[in-house]
Ligand binder design. Structure first.
Ligand SMILES: [Fe+2]
Ligand SMILES: [Fe+2]
Length: 279
């Protein structure tokens, strides 16, 4: 049956719909709904066609939070309730961006042939990011705040725009640099909430920490897949792409254990961090 018959939405159409949804909670709900539909259809052996889409260069976003240059986002002390709300607000912003990033990789690169497992992995990741966004929004609301109450970083979609036409660049920068960075910094954040005896937030962050390892691993898996297909040395290709699209490089200290678990050995990231010694 053809897509034109209107009987079944394609995966790319679902992805585009999530990207064009401007409300945070509604975007998360749509992400979870389409992920569940995809999983069930795959299990039944009847997945929707991949199709093609016209994803926006920038996804739709709510009117709030106000987006500022990272240098202008006020910093607050983590030892105070306001500081902890600011940390959670920043995480919620990252998670909402991540929902869009994972649907964008599905919608934008339909011309690149991949095994079905590629779509399973990014649909799963998009579902988990929506869950993370909801978990953190719930914590903000329990603290009498909400996503949108504070300003957030404007630059977070930059990596997606820069790699909109380069699937290998996208995999190198988004899961293998940015999401891997999340693995480095999350234990410190968990510690902040442990010190504040906020068990609910600690539990939410531990869910996020465990699931993010898979997102980095999916990035590494599909990056290596493409290198294998193109007969490229993965380490050399990774370094070239990060230098091109993410010139600020990778920064120590690294969570070597979780990075290893995610299929990211030190020869990928150490040489890049040495090009940019910590200031
Ligand atoms: Fe996440
Ligand atoms: Fe993630």
């Amino acid at each position: 049956m053809t897509q034109e018959a209107g009987t079944q939405k394609t995966l790319a159409q679902m992805a585009e719909e999530v990207l064009r949804c401007g409300d945070g909670r509604a975007k998360a709900a749509l992400s979870r709904k389409y992920a569940a539909m995809w999983r069930e259809a795959r299990k039944a052996g009847n997945p929707p066609p991949l199709g093609t889409a016209n994803p926006p260069l920038q996804p739709a976003r709510p009117a709030r939070p106000e987006l500022l240059d990272p240098r202008d986002v006020p910093r607050r002390k983590p030892g105070t309730p306001e500081g902890r709300i600011a940390i959670l607000h920043a995480i919620a912003h990252i998670e909402l961006n991540a929902v869009d990033l994972h649907w964008d990789i599905i919608a934008r690169f339909t011309d690149v042939p991949f095994p079905m497992g590629f779509y399973d992995d990014w649909v799963q990741s998009a579902d988990e990011e929506a869950k993370h966004f909801n978990l953190i929004c719930d914590r903000l609301e329990a603290m009498d705040s909400h996503y949108g109450a504070l300003a957030a970083h404007a630059g977070m979609w930059r990596a997606a725009e820069d790699t909109a036409e380069d699937i290998m660049g996208r995999l190198a920068v988004v899961p293998m640099v940015l999401e891997a960075r999340g693995l480095d910094v999350t234990p410190g954040m968990i510690q902040i909430f442990k010190s504040a005896k906020d068990k609910e937030t600690v539990a939410a962050l531990e869910v996020i920490y465990a699931e993010e390892v898979h997102h980095v691993a999916y990035g590494s898996k599909w990056f290596h897949f493409l290198c294998g297909r193109e007969n490229l040395d993965p380490v050399v290709a990774f370094h070239d792409l990060v230098r091109r699209y993410f010139p600020s490089g990778t920064k120590a200290p690294f969570n070597e254990e979780k990075r290893a678990e995610a299929g990211l050995p030190p020869d990928f990231y150490w040489p890049l961090s040495e090009e940019h010694p910590r200031r």
